[in-house]
Design a protein around this ligand. Structure first.
Ligand code: SF4
Ligand code: SF4
Length: 368
């Protein structure tokens, strides 16, 4: 049986700090040994201030770091951001300022170790610092995700894939969301965090997880030793079937999800939480998939008036489907695998996913 703890909180540090400490105590914080090396892995997707709800709130990270220091251990804040330099993410998010004066190290994930996870992935390269930590605290942000529906406890550990390897894995798993979910569950299993606490005080709804998403106040922190149980509880909190989040479904198929979950604390009933518009990618006979992907599945499009041709999207695109034209971007929709990473990393919210006219018409016909 896995226990999930949910506590109401705000970002007022006098309220937040004791809440984080209570959760960490309840999740077995006494396992943090003196002088041990504790890695704290927040969601540091991109340089963005806390009110955009893109990164884990600096004060949640501060409270976790203070808890670790109180145990006499050495906290290290680490991640491999999808865009922007690690230092830029730390300064623009306010994390550097919030943790000023604390004996905390900031260290970007740089080197990896190969971990064998079996077929179909074989060996996955995962951040060495995450694998070698004496204790790992996973600190995700509660956000919607255009490709995977939500990014919570399990998805947050995709940040343990270092730098360029992330788009490579997107490319290898292609349009198959189940395959990508399986990869995420395998990474979670390999990293195996000692506790996960989700910052759901200011969450994100709509077209997350980047600048296209909309901040949404939920007012809770959620914690568990088991990130999969935590993700299942989060779905229940939103009133959606847990299996709709594919990482939950895949974890269940792989025998990793606990059948019994005990939820303790302030379980809120969240109404009117806007999920991202996700269309089924492909269905039916294999030979039609490519055609369907091109004509039926939402495709990334650019608002040329907003785009600043900064290059973040084409640098990241795993399929090399974006090129710079003289005044605007060009997309090769034959190459595009619909991972929506470009939308995620665009710092100016210039990209959005749009359904094609053929897609709209066919979907109506199919629904009849
Ligand atoms: S779409 Fe966004 S990320 Fe891509 S070049 Fe334009 S502003 Fe930069
Ligand atoms: S164009 Fe965007 S959605 Fe398509 S493969 Fe590249 S990053 Fe993914």
């Amino acid at each position: 049986m896995s226990k999930v703890i949910i506590k109401k909180s705000t970002y007022d540090y006098d309220i937040l700090r004791p809440r984080v400490f209570e959760i960490m105590d309840a999740l077995g914080g006494e396992r943090i040994k003196k002088n041990s090396h504790v890695v704290i892995k927040p969601n540091l997707l991109a340089p963005a201030p806390p009110d955009k709800a893109i990164v884990t709130h600096p004060l949640v990270i501060k409270a976790a770091a203070e808890y670790v220091l109180q145990k006499g251990a050495r906290p290290v804040i680490s991640d491999s951001s999808a865009m922007g330099s690690f230092q830029k993410v730390l300064s623009e998010s306010g994390i550097k300022d919030a943790l000023k004066g604390l004996d905390v190290e900031f260290r970007e994930f740089k080197t990896s170790l190969k971990v064998s996870v079996g077929e179909p992935f074989g060996k996955i390269e995962i951040a060495e610092d995450a694998l070698k930590a004496d204790f790992l605290i996973n600190l995700p942000k509660f956000k919607t995700h255009m490709q995977m529906l939500l990014t919570l406890g399990v998805k947050n550990l995709f940040g343990c894939i270092v730098g360029i390897r992330k788009p490579e894995w997107h490319f290898r798993t292609g349009v198959d969301r189940e395959m990508f979910a399986k990869l995420l569950v395998n990474i979670y299993k390999a990293v195996s965090p000692d506790m996960t606490i989700i910052d759901a005080i200011l969450a994100m709804e709509g077209q997350g997880p980047g600048r296209r998403g909309t901040p949404k106040h939920l007012g809770v922190l959620m914690g568990s030793r088991n990130g999969i149980a935590l993700d299942i509880a989060a779905c229940k909190m939103l009133g959606i079937q847990p299996d709709k989040l594919l990482t939950n479904k895949l974890a269940k198929d792989m025998g990793l999800a606990d059948k019994a979950i005990e939820i303790e604390g302030d379980f809120p009933e969240i109404k009117h939480f806007k999920m991202p518009d996700i269309t089924p990618l492909v269905f039916g006979p294999q030979k039609l998939h490519r055609l369907m992907r091109k004509h039926l599945v939402q495709r990334p499009v650019c608002d040329d008036a907003v785009c600043r041709l900064c290059g973040e999207c084409w640098k990241y695109c795993p399929a090399k489907a974006i090129t710079r034209g003289r005044k605007k971007l060009n997309f090769d929709y034959d190459k595009c695998i619909r991972c929506y990473c470009c939308i995620e990393v665009c710092p100016h919210a210039a990209l959005l996913a749009k359904e094609t006219i053929t897609g709209k018409v066919l979907r109506r016909v199919i629904k009849r």
